[in-house]
Design a protein. Structure first.
Length: 308
């Protein structure tokens, strides 16, 4: 089932037709508050009022022209301006973007220029700029992009995927930069030659990497975000970290909007800085398929939307 859903995420015809299907429009509302930026800000107000941090991501990937990349950069500039005008008392939203949205494949130098400007504006506003991680074809380019940004900006972060075999080396490569790392399991269909395929192996690598980054975070040399809905895994990383004298406040938890929100609140109340990643936009088909592939319960929920 997971492989089928990930294959569907790559299908261009499905990307075009799925967003027009009423049952899919109903089902995707579990994972995003709406397609408009206004919907995202309305959700951010509710979440921040509850003491949760918020990250925004405007859905889309693999732009085919520099004009599209410029439009994405301009959109995020508008997000920051509107957030500044909103002036929520609990602070600014953070932004998280796929580098291929900013032209990483089409023109890496143009992508760097867009990221540099957005990172500069985020820092000036007291918020953070995150690079999402995409399929393995883009991993090395994204890590190199992060290295260049981190050399110039203090408030930049990167997502690293625990299911890739290379990630342990990437963590060691980035630790001297005092990085911000959102550790995720990974949501693409990668071959066993480069990725761990079993849940047991992915969880074990996530735990090991989480502890390594937590140790750096405990020394004030990294920012760690555990990007998973697996609270048992979060607590295993936390137990090992706490045994080494690392406070829970050094272990952030990032979860997707609409998934295990009660659990996110529980972790917040237990002392973990808790964030909700709010996605919006109309290019949600591939992203939605990867969300279904992550947990069987998501598929059951989607199937229920077929019923009247």
């Amino acid at each position: 089932m997971r492989s089928l859903l990930l294959w569907m995420a790559k299908d261009q015809r499905l990307r075009e037709t799925l967003p027009r299907m009423p049952f899919a429009q109903r089902a995707v509302r579990r994972f995003m508050p709406g397609e408009r930026l206004e919907d995202a800000f309305a959700a951010a107000d509710r979440l921040q009022d509850e003491g949760l941090g918020v990250l925004f991501t405007h859905l889309g990937e693999n732009v085919t022209s520099l004009a599209e990349a410029e439009a994405v950069a301009a959109h995020y500039g508008s997000v920051m301006e509107q957030d500044r005008a909103r002036a929520h008392p609990r602070g600014r939203v953070e932004i998280s973007i796929k580098p291929t949205q900013l032209g990483l494949v089409r023109d890496p130098d143009a992508c760097l220029a867009h990221c540099d400007e957005l990172a500069r504006r985020c820092a000036a506003s007291g918020t953070w700029f995150w690079l999402d991680m995409e399929g393995s074809d883009h991993t090395e380019a994204t890590v190199r992009l992060y290295e260049r940004l981190a050399a110039e900006h203090a408030r930049v972060g990167i997502a690293l995927q625990a299911y890739l075999r290379r990630t342990a080396a990437d963590v060691q490569r980035l630790l001297p930069l005092r990085p911000a790392i959102r550790l995720v399991k990974g949501a693409y269909d990668e071959p066993g030659t480069i990725a761990y395929r079993s849940k047991t192996a992915v969880d074990a690598n996530f735990q090991a990497l989480g502890v390594v980054i937590a140790q750096a975070a405990g020394r004030g040399e990294a920012r760690l975000a555990l990007g998973t809905h697996d609270s048992e895994l979060i607590e295993r990383v936390s137990a090992i970290a706490e045994a080494g004298g690392i406070e829970r406040s050094a272990l952030e938890v990032h979860m997707l909007y609409g998934i295990r929100t009660d659990e996110l609140r529980r972790l917040r109340d237990a002392g973990y800085p808790a964030f909700s990643l709010v996605a919006y936009g109309d290019a949600w088909s591939a992203w939605y398929m990867r969300r279904l592939a992550e947990r069987p319960a998501n598929v059951v929920f989607a199937l229920r939307q077929l019923l009247p």
